[in-house]
Design a protein around this ligand. Structure first.
Ligand SMILES: [Zn+2]
Length: 306
């Protein structure tokens, strides 16, 4: 099976502490890499854990809180210095963050590659990137400032050719490419053999990864993430501090798990842990009581989307 995995660079809330760095992930889909959020020090995390940045052409920033984007300038600058990069780099970010960051990059970074900034309307779900193997959609979230998550979806694979059947019908091999692409076959007597008789459904089940940080409990997003293979959902607080979660536009571990259960996802990954707690197992215990297939993020870990 082709690679689809998430590298955790940082999973703490607000500021770095002894246990966690601020938000950042690398999402690897087949031969492409994407960065999701880029808190301070994220570039150091990449080198520390030996993660790779080859084929990284798109960075997605969820919102304009510093723990989600303050590592962006140093990281992008290092791509210039270390990789001698020439190919364009796309940064997708909420509209309110676009102009300030354009100013920062223009003022402080003299890059030798094109930097293309794309503003996101965080109020609506939209396809941001449509690649050969997968798409990336925005997921409207409910936070104190315009904020969206990101949904990575593998595309369905085309139907599979039945070569023996084609040969038995006298179809030349030079036509196999067209039939794989969906064409019917017209026999010399004019009879049409539909493509559905020359190919079979691919058994491959497309996988998906939803990144949802930061957000208060947000049932509105459940239809969009229904059946997702892996859901990352913030769990800044425990249920005992639900009043704080509501006040600051965050979720509890129990609310993350309730979302995973309602959306019938396959696996839940929680993170964005507040430093007020000194034991991450409390988050895991609370979430697993509602959604057993939950794991807790930690820096340096790789989670396969399967
Ligand atoms: Zn935030």
């Amino acid at each position: 099976m082709e690679r689809f995995e998430v590298n955790i660079l940082g999973c703490g809330a607000a500021f770095p502490n002894q246990r966690h760095m601020t938000s950042g992930q690398l999402v690897c889909v087949h031969n492409e890499r994407f960065m999701v959020d880029c808190g301070e020090g994220i570039q150091a995390q990449i080198w520390k854990f030996g993660f790779k940045t080859a084929n990284l052409n798109h960075i997605f920033i969820s919102h304009a809180h510093v723990d989600h984007f303050y590592g962006l300038l140093p990281f992008v600058s290092s791509l210039d210095l270390i990789q001698n990069r020439k190919s364009p780099l796309h940064i997708w970010l909420p509209e309110d963050l676009k102009e300030p960051l354009e100013y920062d990059f223009t003022t402080y970074c003299k890059l030798s590659f094109p930097l293309l900034m794309h503003g996101i309307d965080t109020c609506k779900a939209a396809v941001l990137y449509d690649g050969r193997n997968m798409t990336v959609e925005s997921i409207p979230l409910n936070h104190r400032t315009p904020c969206c998550g990101f949904l990575f979806r593998e595309k369905k694979k085309p139907r599979v050719l039945l070569p023996q059947k084609c040969l038995a019908l006298g179809i030349p091999q030079t036509e196999f490419g067209r039939i794989k692409a969906g064409a019917d076959w017209r026999k010399p007597d004019g009879t049409v053999i539909p493509n559905s008789e020359l190919t079979t459904e691919c058994t491959f089940q497309p996988r998906s990864y939803a990144y949802c940080s930061d957000t208060s409990y947000n049932p509105a997003m459940i239809p969009q993430i229904q059946g997702t293979t892996l859901l990352y959902h913030e769990a800044t607080y425990l249920q005992s501090e639900i009043d704080q979660a509501e006040k600051y536009g965050h979720s509890t571990a129990a609310q993350a798990a309730a979302t995973a259960r309602a959306a019938a996802v396959k696996q839940l990954l929680i993170g964005h842990f507040s430093s007020r707690y000194d034991d991450d197992s409390l988050f895991l215990k609370e979430a697993q009581a509602i959604f057993p297939n939950t794991i807790a993020s930690n820096e340096g870990m790789t989670v396969e989307v399967v």
